[in-house]
Each structure stands twice: as structure tokens, then as C-alpha cells.
Design a binder for this molecule. Structure first.
Ligand SMILES: Nc1ncnc2c1ncn2[C@@H]1O[C@H](COP(=O)(O)OP(=O)(O)OP(=O)(O)O)[C@@H](O)[C@H]1O
Ligand SMILES: [Mg+2]
Length: 252
């Protein structure tokens, strides 16, 4: 069974950035194949990976409502469709969820999709899910458990308390979360002692173990501006080393 890693955190804290860095890490450690899932309705993980998206799961779901070719089972059809939406790359595939449908829609299309995704999932060593804050898509993916929920926060005590609330939105989804931890992102470098103490205290009060701190990095900003893939960042760059150190401590 694949290990599932999912991101959580309020808007703009760095979920997509962390997803791209974590994908780079898994590829560097040969922890492959990885299925990277962009579960944000305003997909943009593909941009950090410099990949074009052709088809999303949302588009497939819409298509199923009005077209179903003859002479093919529904399972075969679904598998074909999902394979069309998979963007294959070296060591990993990217799947973009796209727009969710209206609230409370448990139409047959969703069920077939979830079943096929389940089947697909078994091909991978890791499934990495970049979420939006609301985690709308998690329940649609038929994920029964998350091995690691990485909650991303800005570097403030208040941010961490918000992170705690957000990490709790998985509860009503009936998804078992095995390990939950906090990553503080965009921290000043060097980190003032007083802020560090505040962050440690907030993490403790939140019941979210602090897995690590990622500094604000001009290298990341420049990479985003250039439009080049984050996977091409050099491994000796300090942000990559720090990120890899954080991921080592979480996954080992
Ligand atoms: N450590 C960092 N150093 C510098 N810039 C960063 C860092 N982390 C994130 N950013 C920048 O902050 C912005 C928001 O980051 P990102 O898109 O990863 O957040 P998000 O949590 O995925 O946002 P959303 O909730 O909109 O999906 C991006 O422009 C990104 O380049
Ligand atoms: Mg994002």
C-alpha cells in the first residue's frame, strides 16, 4: 500500500511550495513512483513543476454524465479516462482534480472515479496530495487514511493556532490520520530567539509537534518567477538542504 502524505494549512502559507519540495525529496531518495495529486480547485502545483495540464478529474466527471461509449465496461472506460488525465513524468505522475462538483453530490460518477483511483493508487509508493484549505477533494478520492498530514503555518503564534484548527477539518471526513506535524514556513533567517520561543510554545499548546522550519527564500521566489520547475533547484542550495532535513525528520 502507498504511503499517503497530505498538506493542510490556511491560504498562502506554502502548501503547494512544500508539495513541490517534498516531491523533489522523494525523487532524490528514489522513493518512487510517486503520484502527485493537485487537489486544489485552482490547480497550480503543475506550474511549479512546469507541466501543462490537459484534463482534470473534474472534467472527466462532467463528461461521464452525458457520454458513455458502447461496447466497453464502465470500469474500462473509467480507467481509460483517468489514464488520459495522468501526466506521466520521470519517477512520478501528476493528477489534477480540478473543480469539485456541488456540495452533497455523491453521484455514481464520483463512486466510479473513487474506485478507479483506488485501483490506480496501488501502483505507487507515495501519494502526495496538495490540498486547498478546505480539503474538499479528500473525501472524493476514497482515501481512508493519511499517513502524514503536514500542516503548514506562517511564522507566528496565531498562525500556529489557526493551523491547529485547520488540521482538525480532517475529523468529520472520517479519514484516519496517523501522524500530524507542523512545518513553519517563510521564517525570518536567522530566527529571533523570542519568536522561536513563541512558536515552540504555540506548537506545544496546539498538540501539533513542530517538525521543522523553512526560511523565507529568495531562491524559491526567483524559481517561481522564472517559471522553471522546482525539481530543477540545485540540491546544494540552502533552502533545498533545509527542506530535505525537515522531510528526513518526518519520514524516517
Ligand atoms: N519559504 C518561502 N520563501 C519564499 N517564498 C515562499 C516560501 N513559501 C512560499 N512562498 C511563496 O508564497 C506564495 C504562496 O505559496 P504557496 O502557493 O505555496 O501557498 P499555498 O498554501 O499553496 O497557497 P494556496 O492556499 O493559495 O494554495 C507563493 O508565491 C510562493 O512562492
Ligand atoms: Mg496551493
Amino acid at each position: 500500500m502507498p504511503k499517503v502524505i497530505a498538506m493542510a494549512g490556511k491560504g498562502g502559507t506554502g502548501k503547494t511550495t512544500t508539495s513541490a519540495l517534498l516531491l523533489k525529496y522523494l525523487l532524490a531518495k528514489n522513493s518512487t513512483p510517486v503520484l502527485a495529486v493537485d487537489a486544489d480547485s485552482n490547480a497550480n502545483l503543475n506550474e511549479l513543476l512546469a507541466m501543462e495540464v490537459d484534463k482534470t478529474i473534474g472534467q472527466i466527471r462532467k463528461g461521464i454524465k452525458d457520454e458513455m461509449p458502447p461496447n466497453i465496461t464502465r470500469d474500462q472506460y473509467m480507467e481509460m479516462q483517468i489514464h488520459q488525465a495522468l501526466i506521466e513524468s520521470r519517477g512520478y505522475d501528476l493528477l489534477v482534480m480540478g473543480q469539485p462538483d456541488g456540495p452533497g453530490c455523491y453521484c455514481a460518477a464520483n463512486q466510479y472515479l473513487a474506485m478507479t483511483m483506488d485501483h490506480l493508487a496501488s501502483n505507487y509508493k507515495y501519494i502526495l496530495v496538495d490540498n486547498e484549505a478546505g480539503m474538499e477533494h479528500l473525501s472524493r478520492m476514497n482515501l481512508r487514511s493519511i499517513d502524514y498530514l503536514l500542516v503548514i503555518s506562517d511564522p507566528s503564534a496565531r498562525g500556529i493556532l489557526t493551523a491547529r484548527r485547520i488540521s482538525e477539518v480532517t475529523k468529520p471526513l472520517a479519514i484516519e490520520v496517523h501522524k500530524k506535524c507542523l512545518i513553519v514556513n517563510r521564517a525570518p533567517d536567522p530566527m529571533p530567539d523570542e519568536l522561536m520561543a513563541k512558536i515552540n510554545q504555540a506548537a506545544e499548546e496546539s498538540d501539533l509537534p513542530l517538525a521543522g522550519i523553512l526560511p523565507a527564500s529568495n531562491d524559491l521566489i526567483n524559481q517561481e518567477l522564472s517559471g522553471d520547475s522546482y525539481l530543477e533547484l540545485a540540491e546544494d542550495q540552502s533552502i533545498i538542504q533545509q527542506a530535505f532535513g525537515v522531510f528526513d525528520s518526518i519520514l524516517s
